[in-house]
Design a protein around this ligand. Structure first.
Ligand code: GDP
Length: 283
């Protein structure tokens, strides 16, 4: 878990680091958590990335709700933004990302070919807020035999390109950006999925938010997982009942930690906390 504290100075440094590298890449790989397609994006993403081609990669798809993810793909598709669903832990990710990169850059590749220039390898950098899976993805892409391609002129000193295959190279340092934590609802969503440290938000509030979310969208899962509870009651009463049933006596802190862990571990099934319909697509 990250310990980054985001102060204005850190934010401008992070922004600068990403922007300095933009000119060396063909496209930017924006990594988000598929449980939070919007809330795990950086609030200034479009400003930071500018008009560089973007590939929006929704990671941790194994934990996310497939129906809602499909809606997000359609939503971004309408805006002309190419999205890709991955589980960074799987080997198939390498081919998926390489293919998507070629699709994203097909017009440019064709233009160059017409001028007799054969573009051998596409270059990208991975950017995203902490915990979305940047390191996991980079390790997956670089593989065991991390082939360092060597310093290229201009790239920030000490940085190198990692070769995935003949078609794709990635900058060895991911761009780590800050989340939209000033929005309270976003903060609760980030906390429920474990994207931010537990002590940043009160666990009772995170639990109530999660309980309410599952009660609204996935009530059958709560009923299945916590047998015998009455969902028509208010959240505090449900929490009391659940805590008692679990044999935690009056140890509510224990229940909060237990509930949040169950949600994070996917014990209540696959879920996505951002819905296209909730935010009217504002980003
Ligand atoms: P980073 O901070 O963006 O570099 O994120 P990490 O690569 O450290 O990943 C954060 C956590 O998410 C780790 O516990 C990873 O094992 C986990 N993780 C990454 N990708 C996936 C995925 O596709 N599915 C699941 N279930 N977990 C993942």
């Amino acid at each position: 878990m990250t310990t980054i504290q985001w102060f204005p100075g850190h934010m401008s440094k992070a922004r600068r680091q990403v922007q300095e590298n933009l000119k060396f890449v063909d496209f930017v790989t924006i990594l988000v958590d598929a449980r939070l397609p919007l809330s795990s994006q950086n609030p200034m993403l479009n400003k930071i990335v500018g008009d560089k081609p973007k590939l929006l990669v929704l990671n941790k798809v194994d934990l996310a709700d497939p129906a809602i993810i499909k809606e997000w793909q359609e939503y971004y598709g309408k805006q002309g933004i190419l999205t890709l669903l991955i589980n960074a832990k799987e080997q198939s990710t390498v081919k998926k990302l390489t293919d998507a990169a070629k699709r994203l850059m097909s017009a440019k590749i064709e233009r160059l070919q017409k001028r007799g220039i054969k573009r051998e390898t596409l270059r990208t950098m991975i950017i995203g807020i902490p915990n979305v899976g940047k390191s996991t993805l980079m390790n997956r892409l670089a593989g065991k035999k991390i082939a360092v391609v060597g310093n290229k002129p201009g790239v920030t000193k000490g940085q190198q390109w990692l070769r995935t295959n003949k078609d794709l190279e990635i900058l060895d340092t991911p761009g780590i950006l800050w989340p939209k934590f000033e929005d309270q609802l976003v903060g609760l969503k980030l906390a429920l999925t474990g994207a931010i440290k537990d002590n940043l938000l009160p666990m009772d509030e995170v639990t109530i938010f999660g309980l309410n979310y599952f009660k609204t969208y996935y009530p059958e899962r709560l009923l299945e997982h916590f047998k015998g509870i009455d969902l028509s009651e208010d959240e505090p009463d449900i929490i009391m009942e659940m805590t008692k049933k679990l044999g935690f006596r009056d140890d509510y802190d224990r229940f909060y930690n237990f509930f949040v862990k169950e949600v994070r571990d996917g014990k209540l099934g696959r879920y996505t906390l951002d819905r296209v319909s909730d935010n009217n697509g504002n980003d």
